[in-house]
Design a binder for this molecule. Structure first.
Ligand code: AQP
Length: 332
Protein backbone atom coordinates (compact mmCIF):
# COMPACT_ATOMS: atom_id res chain seq x y z
CA UNK A 1 0.00 0.00 0.00
CA UNK A 2 1.48 3.40 -0.99
CA UNK A 3 1.93 6.08 1.64
CA UNK A 4 0.29 9.48 1.11
CA UNK A 5 1.17 12.76 2.80
CA UNK A 6 -0.79 15.97 2.38
CA UNK A 7 -1.17 19.16 4.39
CA UNK A 8 -3.38 22.17 4.84
CA UNK A 9 -2.49 25.48 6.52
CA UNK A 10 -4.47 26.60 9.58
CA UNK A 11 -4.36 30.15 8.22
CA UNK A 12 -8.14 30.62 8.46
CA UNK A 13 -11.34 28.63 8.11
CA UNK A 14 -11.05 26.10 5.25
CA UNK A 15 -12.90 27.16 2.10
CA UNK A 16 -14.92 25.54 -0.63
CA UNK A 17 -11.66 25.70 -2.68
CA UNK A 18 -9.79 23.65 -0.06
CA UNK A 19 -12.73 21.22 0.02
CA UNK A 20 -13.13 20.64 -3.74
CA UNK A 21 -9.40 20.93 -4.55
CA UNK A 22 -8.08 18.87 -1.66
CA UNK A 23 -10.11 17.59 1.31
CA UNK A 24 -12.87 15.81 -0.65
CA UNK A 25 -10.22 13.97 -2.66
CA UNK A 26 -8.28 13.05 0.50
CA UNK A 27 -11.35 11.30 1.89
CA UNK A 28 -11.65 9.21 -1.29
CA UNK A 29 -8.00 8.12 -1.11
CA UNK A 30 -8.29 6.62 2.36
CA UNK A 31 -9.69 3.30 1.08
CA UNK A 32 -6.51 2.09 -0.61
CA UNK A 33 -3.64 4.15 0.82
CA UNK A 34 -1.88 4.65 4.14
CA UNK A 35 -2.48 8.36 4.78
CA UNK A 36 -0.89 11.12 6.84
CA UNK A 37 -3.05 14.28 6.99
CA UNK A 38 -1.22 17.24 8.47
CA UNK A 39 -2.38 20.64 9.72
CA UNK A 40 0.72 22.57 8.66
CA UNK A 41 1.15 25.27 11.30
CA UNK A 42 4.90 25.67 10.56
CA UNK A 43 3.91 26.69 7.04
CA UNK A 44 1.18 29.01 8.34
CA UNK A 45 3.64 31.19 10.31
CA UNK A 46 5.55 32.08 7.12
CA UNK A 47 2.97 34.88 7.24
CA UNK A 48 2.31 36.38 10.72
CA UNK A 49 -0.51 34.69 12.64
CA UNK A 50 -1.94 35.91 15.94
CA UNK A 51 -0.79 33.19 18.41
CA UNK A 52 -4.21 32.59 19.97
CA UNK A 53 -5.89 32.60 16.56
CA UNK A 54 -3.34 30.08 15.27
CA UNK A 55 -4.10 27.69 18.13
CA UNK A 56 -7.85 28.04 17.58
CA UNK A 57 -7.57 27.69 13.81
CA UNK A 58 -5.42 24.57 14.14
CA UNK A 59 -8.10 22.91 16.27
CA UNK A 60 -10.89 24.16 13.97
CA UNK A 61 -9.08 22.84 10.92
CA UNK A 62 -8.77 19.42 12.55
CA UNK A 63 -12.49 19.48 13.42
CA UNK A 64 -13.47 20.37 9.85
CA UNK A 65 -11.22 17.64 8.43
CA UNK A 66 -12.82 15.09 10.76
CA UNK A 67 -16.28 16.42 9.82
CA UNK A 68 -15.46 15.98 6.12
CA UNK A 69 -14.66 12.31 6.69
CA UNK A 70 -10.94 12.21 7.48
CA UNK A 71 -10.49 8.98 9.45
CA UNK A 72 -8.05 9.62 12.31
CA UNK A 73 -8.24 6.03 13.56
CA UNK A 74 -7.25 4.12 10.43
CA UNK A 75 -5.00 6.97 9.25
CA UNK A 76 -3.04 9.76 10.97
CA UNK A 77 -4.20 13.35 11.59
CA UNK A 78 -1.76 15.66 13.39
CA UNK A 79 -0.31 19.17 13.69
CA UNK A 80 3.04 19.64 11.93
CA UNK A 81 4.83 21.50 14.76
CA UNK A 82 4.17 18.57 17.14
CA UNK A 83 6.55 16.35 15.14
CA UNK A 84 10.08 17.80 15.36
CA UNK A 85 11.31 15.71 12.41
CA UNK A 86 9.74 18.17 9.92
CA UNK A 87 11.90 21.11 11.02
CA UNK A 88 15.01 18.93 11.43
CA UNK A 89 14.83 17.57 7.89
CA UNK A 90 13.84 20.98 6.49
CA UNK A 91 17.16 22.41 7.72
CA UNK A 92 19.09 19.71 5.87
CA UNK A 93 17.01 20.42 2.76
CA UNK A 94 17.73 24.18 3.11
CA UNK A 95 21.35 23.16 2.60
CA UNK A 96 20.54 20.89 -0.39
CA UNK A 97 18.19 23.14 -2.41
CA UNK A 98 19.86 25.73 -4.64
CA UNK A 99 18.89 29.41 -4.63
CA UNK A 100 18.33 29.18 -8.38
CA UNK A 101 15.68 26.50 -7.82
CA UNK A 102 13.83 28.56 -5.22
CA UNK A 103 14.00 31.66 -7.41
CA UNK A 104 11.82 29.90 -9.97
CA UNK A 105 8.94 29.18 -7.55
CA UNK A 106 5.90 31.11 -8.73
CA UNK A 107 4.00 30.77 -5.42
CA UNK A 108 6.66 32.82 -3.62
CA UNK A 109 6.34 35.52 -6.26
CA UNK A 110 2.52 35.47 -5.93
CA UNK A 111 2.48 35.48 -2.12
CA UNK A 112 5.34 37.96 -1.59
CA UNK A 113 3.82 40.28 -4.21
CA UNK A 114 5.54 43.61 -4.85
CA UNK A 115 6.97 43.85 -1.32
CA UNK A 116 9.50 40.99 -1.72
CA UNK A 117 12.12 42.58 0.53
CA UNK A 118 9.66 42.43 3.40
CA UNK A 119 8.61 38.77 2.94
CA UNK A 120 9.84 36.33 5.60
CA UNK A 121 12.81 34.05 4.88
CA UNK A 122 10.43 31.23 5.85
CA UNK A 123 8.10 32.07 2.95
CA UNK A 124 11.08 31.80 0.60
CA UNK A 125 12.15 28.34 1.85
CA UNK A 126 8.54 27.13 2.23
CA UNK A 127 9.04 24.55 -0.58
CA UNK A 128 12.01 23.01 1.28
CA UNK A 129 9.82 22.47 4.35
CA UNK A 130 7.13 20.98 2.13
CA UNK A 131 9.72 18.57 0.69
CA UNK A 132 10.72 17.63 4.25
CA UNK A 133 7.05 17.02 5.20
CA UNK A 134 6.79 14.38 2.51
CA UNK A 135 10.27 12.82 2.59
CA UNK A 136 10.28 12.50 6.40
CA UNK A 137 7.73 9.70 5.90
CA UNK A 138 9.12 8.27 2.63
CA UNK A 139 5.66 9.09 1.25
CA UNK A 140 5.39 8.47 -2.50
CA UNK A 141 2.07 10.06 -3.42
CA UNK A 142 0.88 13.59 -2.68
CA UNK A 143 -2.62 14.81 -3.54
CA UNK A 144 -2.52 18.57 -4.19
CA UNK A 145 -4.19 21.34 -6.17
CA UNK A 146 -2.53 22.06 -9.53
CA UNK A 147 -0.88 25.19 -8.05
CA UNK A 148 1.38 22.91 -5.97
CA UNK A 149 2.85 20.86 -8.84
CA UNK A 150 5.95 23.02 -9.07
CA UNK A 151 6.72 22.47 -5.38
CA UNK A 152 6.52 18.71 -5.83
CA UNK A 153 8.97 18.86 -8.74
CA UNK A 154 11.33 20.72 -6.41
CA UNK A 155 10.83 18.06 -3.71
CA UNK A 156 11.94 15.46 -6.26
CA UNK A 157 14.97 17.56 -7.24
CA UNK A 158 15.95 17.84 -3.56
CA UNK A 159 15.63 14.06 -3.04
CA UNK A 160 17.72 13.35 -6.13
CA UNK A 161 20.47 15.75 -5.11
CA UNK A 162 20.54 14.36 -1.56
CA UNK A 163 20.80 10.81 -2.92
CA UNK A 164 23.51 11.89 -5.37
CA UNK A 165 25.57 13.98 -2.91
CA UNK A 166 25.63 11.24 -0.28
CA UNK A 167 25.86 8.31 -2.72
CA UNK A 168 22.67 6.62 -1.50
CA UNK A 169 19.23 5.67 -2.74
CA UNK A 170 17.44 6.90 0.37
CA UNK A 171 14.60 9.28 -0.57
CA UNK A 172 12.12 7.84 -3.10
CA UNK A 173 10.55 9.74 -6.00
CA UNK A 174 7.13 11.23 -5.29
CA UNK A 175 4.17 11.49 -7.61
CA UNK A 176 1.61 14.32 -7.49
CA UNK A 177 -2.03 13.27 -7.56
CA UNK A 178 -4.08 16.06 -9.14
CA UNK A 179 -7.68 14.94 -8.74
CA UNK A 180 -11.20 16.16 -9.29
CA UNK A 181 -12.98 18.24 -11.94
CA UNK A 182 -12.78 21.55 -10.00
CA UNK A 183 -9.01 21.53 -9.50
CA UNK A 184 -9.06 25.30 -9.00
CA UNK A 185 -11.94 27.21 -7.42
CA UNK A 186 -11.78 30.96 -7.96
CA UNK A 187 -12.79 33.94 -5.81
CA UNK A 188 -16.47 34.93 -5.86
CA UNK A 189 -15.41 38.58 -6.29
CA UNK A 190 -12.79 38.10 -9.04
CA UNK A 191 -12.83 35.03 -11.28
CA UNK A 192 -9.12 35.41 -12.10
CA UNK A 193 -7.91 34.99 -8.49
CA UNK A 194 -8.06 31.73 -6.56
CA UNK A 195 -10.44 31.39 -3.63
CA UNK A 196 -8.26 31.68 -0.48
CA UNK A 197 -8.99 31.36 3.22
CA UNK A 198 -6.71 34.35 3.95
CA UNK A 199 -8.31 36.69 1.37
CA UNK A 200 -9.21 39.87 3.31
CA UNK A 201 -12.74 39.79 1.82
CA UNK A 202 -15.03 37.21 3.44
CA UNK A 203 -17.40 37.73 0.47
CA UNK A 204 -14.75 36.23 -1.84
CA UNK A 205 -15.16 32.73 -0.46
CA UNK A 206 -17.51 30.11 0.99
CA UNK A 207 -16.16 28.97 4.38
CA UNK A 208 -16.88 25.40 5.41
CA UNK A 209 -18.55 26.72 8.58
CA UNK A 210 -20.81 29.29 6.85
CA UNK A 211 -24.49 28.86 7.72
CA UNK A 212 -27.23 28.52 5.09
CA UNK A 213 -28.18 32.23 5.06
CA UNK A 214 -24.55 33.31 4.66
CA UNK A 215 -24.00 30.88 1.77
CA UNK A 216 -27.17 32.07 0.01
CA UNK A 217 -26.18 35.73 0.44
CA UNK A 218 -22.60 35.20 -0.79
CA UNK A 219 -23.82 33.38 -3.91
CA UNK A 220 -26.48 36.02 -4.60
CA UNK A 221 -23.76 38.71 -4.37
CA UNK A 222 -21.15 36.72 -6.34
CA UNK A 223 -19.78 38.74 -9.25
CA UNK A 224 -21.25 37.84 -12.66
CA UNK A 225 -21.80 39.66 -15.96
CA UNK A 226 -25.01 40.94 -17.59
CA UNK A 227 -25.23 38.20 -20.29
CA UNK A 228 -27.36 35.06 -19.77
CA UNK A 229 -25.44 31.79 -19.21
CA UNK A 230 -24.21 30.37 -22.53
CA UNK A 231 -25.70 27.17 -23.97
CA UNK A 232 -22.31 25.66 -24.82
CA UNK A 233 -19.03 25.37 -22.92
CA UNK A 234 -17.20 27.49 -25.56
CA UNK A 235 -19.41 30.42 -24.52
CA UNK A 236 -17.69 30.51 -21.12
CA UNK A 237 -14.44 31.74 -22.75
CA UNK A 238 -13.53 35.16 -21.41
CA UNK A 239 -16.23 34.89 -18.69
CA UNK A 240 -14.13 33.86 -15.69
CA UNK A 241 -16.85 34.41 -13.05
CA UNK A 242 -19.51 32.46 -14.98
CA UNK A 243 -17.04 29.62 -15.64
CA UNK A 244 -16.16 29.47 -11.94
CA UNK A 245 -19.78 29.25 -10.74
CA UNK A 246 -20.64 26.63 -13.37
CA UNK A 247 -17.50 24.67 -12.37
CA UNK A 248 -18.49 24.76 -8.69
CA UNK A 249 -21.98 23.50 -9.53
CA UNK A 250 -20.56 20.71 -11.72
CA UNK A 251 -18.06 19.59 -9.06
CA UNK A 252 -20.70 19.49 -6.32
CA UNK A 253 -23.32 17.75 -8.47
CA UNK A 254 -20.78 15.21 -9.80
CA UNK A 255 -21.35 16.28 -13.40
CA UNK A 256 -19.59 18.48 -16.00
CA UNK A 257 -19.86 22.04 -17.35
CA UNK A 258 -21.80 20.89 -20.46
CA UNK A 259 -24.49 19.16 -18.39
CA UNK A 260 -24.89 22.22 -16.14
CA UNK A 261 -25.25 24.48 -19.19
CA UNK A 262 -27.73 21.97 -20.64
CA UNK A 263 -30.02 22.82 -17.72
CA UNK A 264 -29.26 26.51 -17.11
CA UNK A 265 -27.86 27.76 -20.47
CA UNK A 266 -29.75 30.61 -22.13
CA UNK A 267 -31.26 31.77 -18.81
CA UNK A 268 -30.19 34.64 -16.57
CA UNK A 269 -28.01 34.10 -13.46
CA UNK A 270 -30.97 34.44 -11.03
CA UNK A 271 -32.38 30.88 -11.15
CA UNK A 272 -28.90 29.37 -11.55
CA UNK A 273 -27.58 31.14 -8.46
CA UNK A 274 -30.62 29.99 -6.48
CA UNK A 275 -30.01 26.36 -7.50
CA UNK A 276 -26.27 26.69 -6.79
CA UNK A 277 -26.92 28.09 -3.29
CA UNK A 278 -29.36 25.24 -2.56
CA UNK A 279 -26.81 22.66 -3.72
CA UNK A 280 -24.03 24.23 -1.62
CA UNK A 281 -26.24 24.31 1.46
CA UNK A 282 -27.26 20.69 0.91
CA UNK A 283 -23.60 19.54 0.67
CA UNK A 284 -21.96 21.83 3.23
CA UNK A 285 -24.53 22.18 6.04
CA UNK A 286 -23.92 18.62 7.35
CA UNK A 287 -20.14 19.31 7.43
CA UNK A 288 -20.60 22.53 9.40
CA UNK A 289 -22.93 20.76 11.86
CA UNK A 290 -20.50 17.88 12.36
CA UNK A 291 -17.55 20.28 12.86
CA UNK A 292 -19.56 22.13 15.53
CA UNK A 293 -20.18 18.79 17.26
CA UNK A 294 -16.41 18.08 17.37
CA UNK A 295 -15.63 21.60 18.58
CA UNK A 296 -18.09 21.26 21.45
CA UNK A 297 -15.37 18.99 22.94
CA UNK A 298 -12.06 20.82 22.25
CA UNK A 299 -10.11 18.47 24.53
CA UNK A 300 -11.37 15.55 22.43
CA UNK A 301 -10.03 17.15 19.22
CA UNK A 302 -6.70 17.89 20.94
CA UNK A 303 -6.46 14.24 22.07
CA UNK A 304 -6.96 13.08 18.45
CA UNK A 305 -4.15 15.42 17.31
CA UNK A 306 -1.85 14.27 20.14
CA UNK A 307 -2.38 10.61 19.29
CA UNK A 308 -1.76 11.40 15.60
CA UNK A 309 1.48 13.23 16.42
CA UNK A 310 2.89 10.32 18.38
CA UNK A 311 2.06 7.84 15.59
CA UNK A 312 3.51 10.23 12.97
CA UNK A 313 6.71 10.70 14.98
CA UNK A 314 7.12 6.93 15.25
CA UNK A 315 7.40 6.82 11.42
CA UNK A 316 9.37 10.03 10.80
CA UNK A 317 11.93 9.96 13.63
CA UNK A 318 13.90 6.89 12.43
CA UNK A 319 13.87 8.15 8.80
CA UNK A 320 15.17 11.59 9.78
CA UNK A 321 17.70 10.06 12.20
CA UNK A 322 19.07 8.03 9.28
CA UNK A 323 19.20 11.16 7.06
CA UNK A 324 21.21 12.88 9.82
CA UNK A 325 23.59 9.91 10.02
CA UNK A 326 24.07 10.00 6.24
CA UNK A 327 24.87 13.72 6.42
CA UNK A 328 27.57 12.97 9.00
CA UNK A 329 26.19 14.27 12.29
CA UNK A 330 27.97 12.69 15.27
CA UNK A 331 25.59 11.11 17.77
CA UNK A 332 27.94 10.51 20.72
N1 AQP B 1 -9.09 27.82 -4.56
C1 AQP B 1 -8.63 26.58 -4.52
N2 AQP B 1 -9.06 25.68 -5.43
C2 AQP B 1 -8.61 24.40 -5.39
N3 AQP B 1 -7.74 23.93 -4.46
C3 AQP B 1 -7.29 24.79 -3.54
N4 AQP B 1 -6.44 24.66 -2.51
C4 AQP B 1 -6.32 25.84 -1.87
N5 AQP B 1 -7.10 26.77 -2.46
C5 AQP B 1 -7.71 26.15 -3.51
C6 AQP B 1 -5.77 23.41 -2.15
O1 AQP B 1 -5.99 23.19 -0.77
C7 AQP B 1 -4.86 22.50 -0.23
C8 AQP B 1 -4.44 23.13 1.06
O2 AQP B 1 -4.02 24.43 0.82
P1 AQP B 1 -3.18 25.22 1.90
O3 AQP B 1 -4.03 25.61 3.02
O4 AQP B 1 -1.98 24.45 2.28
O5 AQP B 1 -2.61 26.49 1.14
P2 AQP B 1 -3.14 27.35 0.00
O6 AQP B 1 -3.12 26.60 -1.29
O7 AQP B 1 -2.35 28.63 0.01
O8 AQP B 1 -4.67 27.60 0.40
P3 AQP B 1 -5.36 28.95 0.72
O9 AQP B 1 -6.77 28.65 1.12
O10 AQP B 1 -5.18 29.91 -0.43
O11 AQP B 1 -4.58 29.43 2.00
P4 AQP B 1 -3.89 30.82 2.30
O12 AQP B 1 -4.99 31.82 2.09
O13 AQP B 1 -3.42 30.75 3.70
O14 AQP B 1 -2.77 31.00 1.32
C9 AQP B 1 -3.77 22.51 -1.30
O15 AQP B 1 -3.70 21.23 -1.90
C10 AQP B 1 -4.25 23.54 -2.28
O16 AQP B 1 -3.81 23.28 -3.60
Amino acid sequence: MQRIFSGIQPSGIPTLGNYLGAIRNWVGLQGDHECLWCVVDLHAITVFQEPEALRTQTREMAAVLLACGIDARRHILFAQSSVRAHAQLAWIFNCIARLGWLNRMTQFKDKAGKDRENASAGLYVYPNLMAADIHAYHATRVPVGDDQKQHLELANDIAQKFNHDYGVDFFPAIEPLILGPAARVMSLRDGTRKMSKSDPSDQSRINLNDDADTIALKIRRAKTDPEPLPEHVGGLDGRAEARNLVGIYAALAGTDHAAVLGTFGGKGFGPFKEALAALLIDKLAPIAAEARRYLADPAGVDAILRDGASRAAAIADPIVAEAERLVGFLRP
